[in-house]
Design a protein around this ligand. Structure first.
Ligand code: CA
Ligand code: CA
Length: 203
């Protein structure tokens, strides 16, 4: 059984997935009724009634996919769900109205009273946070800024104190291609929160 963690927002589903990746995991993937029961119980034990995990049809309506590409026949939708209400429901979740642990699709806004569930397939993958980013974290950051994986870029990070004067962010990251900055962002080391203060990459 993979190790799991239940965390709270307010953030979006996409940010939640990035935070899970940040820590070396991903939003939880549910492959059996046993696992569903364990995750649902873990959420309730943490005091939450609603929680998102890693199942979405955001890229193609009705084509539900797990974040890590897992292919499994298991689903546990509540009767009448997913209903894609108002055309904006693309993220599966445990829902307070369905006390049997069945799923609802909802809008992916993780606000007060809502949580998201991360999963680590290998607990030893967990990245420790510090005063600078690891190469792996920098690659995740570049990807999050929209830089394709196959682009041969240089990624620079500036010290933790860089933005202390502003009192907002701790580390500033620049992505360079042929010596030119094509993307940048500033990051709170504690939370992994990113401020996208510049993004100029385009095809
Ligand atoms: Ca949908
Ligand atoms: Ca729904």
């Amino acid at each position: 059984m993979a190790r799991i963690g239940v965390e709270s927002g307010p953030i979006t589903w996409q940010q939640a997935e990035r935070r899970c990746e940040w820590k070396g995991g991903h939003l939880a993937v549910i492959e059996s009724s046993t696992e569903n029961f364990l995750l649902y119980s873990a959420m309730k034990a943490k005091g939450y009634e609603n929680a998102y995990f890693g199942f979405s049809d955001e890229s193609s309506e009705v084509n539900w996919k797990w974040v890590d590409g897992t292919s499994t026949a298991y689903t546990n939708w509540h009767s009448g769900e997913p209903n894609n209400q108002d055309g904006i429901e693309h993220y599966a979740m445990f829902y307070e109205k369905f006390q049997d642990g069945t799923w609802n699709d909802a809008d992916g806004i993780i606000d007060a009273g809502c949580a998201y569930i991360c999963e680590w397939d290998d607990p030893t993958d967990k990245i420790s946070q510090g005063d600078s980013f690891t190469d792996q974290q920098l690659r995740i950051i570049a990807k999050d800024l929209g830089v394709p994986d196959d682009l041969n870029v240089e990624i620079k990070q500036y010290p933790k104190t860089y933005w202390k004067a502003a009192g907002l962010w701790d580390i500033y990251v620049e992505v360079l291609l042929d010596g030119k900055v094509i993307a940048s962002g500033s990051f709170d080391v504690e939370t992994g929160e990113m401020g996208r203060n510049l993004y100029i990459y385009s095809h």
